[in-house]
Write a protein that binds this ligand. Structure first.
Ligand code: FES
Length: 198
């Protein structure tokens, strides 16, 4: 399915903002995900075409970051850290509670399409607030079953967050970021490399 004209114009606008077309890959992928709900193969091909880059480079960038979805998921993304600091403060038990509360297992989406739940063994960088999880790439810390209940109740009625990338200011050529290895996501709180398939 071809991207809408509005999305294509956004991608072309991103391409004009940066001295390197690679710098526009991340916001362009956000634009695809915002329109389609996830990053499709066709969408990646179109991004590559509009940026004048190899499709393999766009696909490699997309597959590196967990914030880009490869298939339709729930309106909200809940990812609980079960790395050591969180585990020591009960994250594994709390994740089991989340699964039971939502009636789904790790990686699944609730039947109403509201929440996709995941755990990650990658530290999400908020150990001081352990146990914690990311809701739509925002941190929720010092979790308890009561707080989890309140968060899930809120998410069931909330619309999907906007994944619009922020309007970037013009970037001087001398300080423009190298695009292929960005340190921070556009529109999210912290990038997470995708888990290797097991
Ligand atoms: S171990 Fe969970 S945020 Fe660091």
């Amino acid at each position: 399915m071809a991207l809408s004209q509005a999305t294509v114009e956004k991608i072309q606008d991103f391409a004009r903002r940066y001295p390197s077309a690679q710098s526009a890959i991340l916001p362009a992928l956000w634009a695809v995900q915002h329109e389609v709900g996830h990053v499709t193969s066709d969408g990646m091909r179109e991004v590559a075409q509009h940026l004048g880059l190899p499709a393999s480079l766009v696909e490699a960038t997309s597959s590196f970051y967990s914030m880009y979805l490869t298939k339709p998921e729930g309106r909200h993304d809940a990812v609980m850290c079960v790395n050591v600091a969180c585990a020591l403060r009960g994250a594994e038990e709390l994740f089991a509670y989340c699964e039971q509360r939502l009636g789904i297992r790790d990686g699944q989406t609730t039947s109403d399409g509201a929440i996709t739940l995941r755990s990650t063994i990658e530290c999400l960088g908020a150990c001081g607030g352990a146990p914690m999880m990311q809701i739509d790439h925002r941190f929720e810390e010092d979790l308890t079953p009561e707080r989890v209940n309140a968060i899930f109740e809120r998410l069931r009625t909330e619309p999907a967050p906007s994944h619009e990338p922020p309007q970037a200011a013009a970037v001087p050529a001398a300080t423009a970021p190298a695009a292929a290895t960005p340190k921070r996501p556009v529109g999210g709180s912290r990038p997470r490399a995708k888990k290797a398939d097991t």
